[in-house]
Write a protein that binds this ligand. Structure first.
Ligand SMILES: C[S@@+](CC[C@H](N)C(=O)[O-])C[C@H]1O[C@@H](n2cnc3c(N)ncnc32)[C@H](O)[C@@H]1O
Length: 329
């Protein structure tokens, strides 16, 4: 278990999340023209696993981190305060990166999409169906909750989000089951929702070792937090603040996230972002970026044994060649 031995040098066990593909990410930084000096933006700080690896591994690196969730950000801030001015964190959506860093140029950007192990295992905010928690699921602790979605969306809208954001084939039955149940009493907890989904999907279609509600929980979480739009905006905003020769690393955990990163990188490689927001076309045929991972990188098998959550991770890396047309900024 080479992975365990190496990782122990990088962090203690006082938090839950294990930084996925940290060796591959470190290698991407080491192999870049800046060779591990400069500024990294960690767009998804979580409990600070990757940020800590950067700070420990590269003496000459500074980290600026974004995190939507004030609770988890505080945990990371406390732990990483030992790095003083080398570490700075911003409690905001990474989609706002262009506004926060308008005057700066950074050398590396990491996106580790989705939620943290802390959210699933310890937040008590309804991300997991393992226990019976209030249906919240909002990362920044404000605005819409999962309870609002489940109890107030029309059946048509529930069908749409379960189909699009959960890629769940039983979406019509599940949406109907939710609407029928809430007509009796509002649905309040993860346990209730998980049970409704479990009953809506015919037993012979239950897949071994995967809870039938997995995709529905993913769909509702994506809807509550506007996750896909944030990724789209965050990638574009990040590219704009990246220096030439800078490295952009995007790690996804399901096909919806990965598709956005893959398309964005391809458009940069093709030198054409028209269609990204439908307003401008700057098709010059000259690439804006070079894709460094022809196929997405997957976690090595020793990491999957050490951390089963790394199994579905896909890492894509791009080098910036030149700025976009000014109109995109
Ligand atoms: C997979 S975890 C990151 C784990 C971290 N890389 C580590 O190794 O500890 C993703 C984190 O990003 C945060 N997050 C998700 N979407 C975000 C967004 N649009 N803006 C800022 N933070 C976001 C989540 O709250 C979560 O803490």
């Amino acid at each position: 278990m080479r992975h365990n031995v190496e990782i122990d040098r990088y962090y203690n066990n006082s938090y839950i999340h294990k930084p996925i593909m940290w060796r591959e990410i470190v290698a991407s930084i080491e192999n870049s023209s800046k060779k591990g000096t400069g500024v990294v933006v960690d767009c998804t700080l979580g409990e600070g696993g990757h940020s800590e690896v950067f700070l420990k591994h590269f003496e000459n690196i500074q980290v600026i981190a974004f995190e939507r969730d004030p609770q988890i950000l505080e945990r990371a801030r406390k732990r990483l305060s030992v790095y003083g001015v080398r570490f700075r964190c911003i409690n905001d959506n990474f989609s706002t990166i262009g506004e926060h860093l308008a005057e700066e140029r950074v050398d590396y950007i990491l996106y580790d999409f989705g939620i943290s192990s802390f959210h699933l295992d310890a937040s008590g905010r309804g991300f997991s169906f393992a226990g019976d928690e209030p249906l919240a699921m909002n990362l920044d602790g404000s605005g819409m909750t999962a309870e609002d979605v489940v109890n107030s969306y029309s059946e048509t809208d529930l069908r749409r989000i379960i189909k699009e954001f959960g890629e769940e084939r039983w979406f019509p039955k599940i949406a109907k089951a939710i609407v029928d149940r809430r007509a009796e009493a509002p649905i309040k907890t993860t346990g209730e929702l998980a049970e409704i989904v479990l009953r809506a999907i015919p037993r012979k279609f239950h897949v071994k070792n995967i809870h039938p509600a997995t995709r529905v929980f993913q769909a509702i979480r994506i809807e509550v937090n506007g996750e896909l739009a944030a990724i789209q905006d965050g990638l574009l905003g990040g590219f704009n603040v990246l220096a030439e020769d800078g490295i952009m690393m995007a790690m996804s955990f399901h096909s919806l996230e990965d598709r956005i990163a893959k398309r964005f990188f391809k458009r940069l490689k093709d030198g054409c972002l028209c269609g990204l927001d439908g307003k401008y076309c700057v098709c010059t045929g000259k690439p804006f970026g070079e894709i460094l991972t022809r196929k997405p990188v997957m976690a090595h098998e020793d990491e999957v044994i050490w951390n089963s959550r790394s199994r579905s991770a896909k890492l894509r890396v791009l080098k910036k060649l030149r700025d976009l047309d000014g109109k995109f900024k």
